[in-house]
Design a protein around this ligand. Structure first.
Ligand code: NAI
Length: 254
């Protein structure tokens, strides 16, 4: 570990997309990095690029989260980027799809907060990647919307509880960001267009748009910020989410 480092930053889900961009930003800020992901190969590649180390961590498995955080010293910053969405109308969504989404997005956030909260140094920073869908409903996204809304409240409770040690807990709520997670959406005709019509700044996000705010939250410049949810979406929260279900159903029409 370098002597000038502000400490160790763990990026959960750091092997791809927003997590990868966040890891690069945090490294540029001087943190020593741990990339914690279920994708061991990609995590290893990112860790090698950033002179850090990779650990296997599954946010849905408490044993894995416990072990992952227990082995880390001088922990100063944690970012949780693990997430996915199993889509489906409420009347059609399989319970398993609901549970998988809630397990990874909401229960996973709880487990990361629980074990990061135990091990992080006083004055540290924990950032959860929530979503525009935590406050803005989208058809076909019941599980994801509900889970991310839960993450926003979880962050507020954690901010209250961890403040006595000076640990700050915040959420970042991105709108549509181009990553491997959202690539399938680009194949739904008209979806991106409808999103952009409802986005005042007129563009989708790139992972680095989110990473810049993640790095800010981990820095001393955000030292008075806790319990916040930062909307990062080109203004899309001011308008409405595209009708994904309507578009998918139109595709299925002969
Ligand atoms: P991504 O799919 O590119 O990256 C997610 C990473 O999380 C991957 O490296 C994956 O291996 C890891 N991961 C998945 N399940 C895991 C588990 N159980 N334990 C540990 N790691 C796991 O996705 P992206 O787009 O970078 O998303 C990151 C976060 O941002 C997610 O929470 C997502 O819900 C949220 N988000 C993404 C938006 C977007 O438009 N891309 C918009 C709003 C929120």
């Amino acid at each position: 570990m370098s002597t000038s480092s502000p400490g160790v930053a763990v990026v959960v889900g750091g092997a791809s997309g927003i997590g990868l961009a966040s890891a690069r930003r945090l490294r540029a800020s001087g943190f020593d990095l741990v990339i914690a992901d279920i994708n061991d190969e990609a995590a290893g590649t990112v860790a090698a690029e950033l002179d850090g180390r990779a650990i296997h961590l599954d946010v849905t498995d408490e044993g894995s989260v416990t072990t992952g955080f227990a082995g880390i010293e001088d922990l100063r910053a944690v970012v949780n980027c693990a997430g996915l969405s199993i889509p489906g109308a409420i009347t059609e969504l399989e319970l398993a799809g609901w549970q998988t989404t809630v397990d990874i997005c909401l229960t996973g956030s709880f487990l990361v907060l629980k074990h990061a909260g135990r091990h992080i140094a006083d004055g540290g920073s924990i950032t959860m990647i929530a979503s525009l869908n935590g406050r803005q409903p989208g058809t076909g996204m019941a599980a994801y919307c509900a889970a991310k809304a839960g993450v926003l409240m979880l962050v507020e409770v954690a901010a209250l509880e961890l403040a006595e040690r000076g640990v700050r807990v915040n959420a970042v709520s991105p709108g549509l960001v181009q990553t491997p997670l959202t690539e399938p959406l680009s194949f739904i005709p008209g979806l991106t267009e409808e999103y952009l019509e409802n986005t005042p700044l007129g563009r989708v996000g790139q992972p680095d748009d989110v990473a810049a705010t993640v790095a800010f939250l981990a820095s001393a410049d955000a030292g008075w910020m806790t319990g916040a949810a930062i909307d990062l979406n080109g203004g899309a929260h001011l308008q409405r989410y595209p009708d994904i279900l309507g578009k998918v159903r139109a595709l299925a029409q002969p």
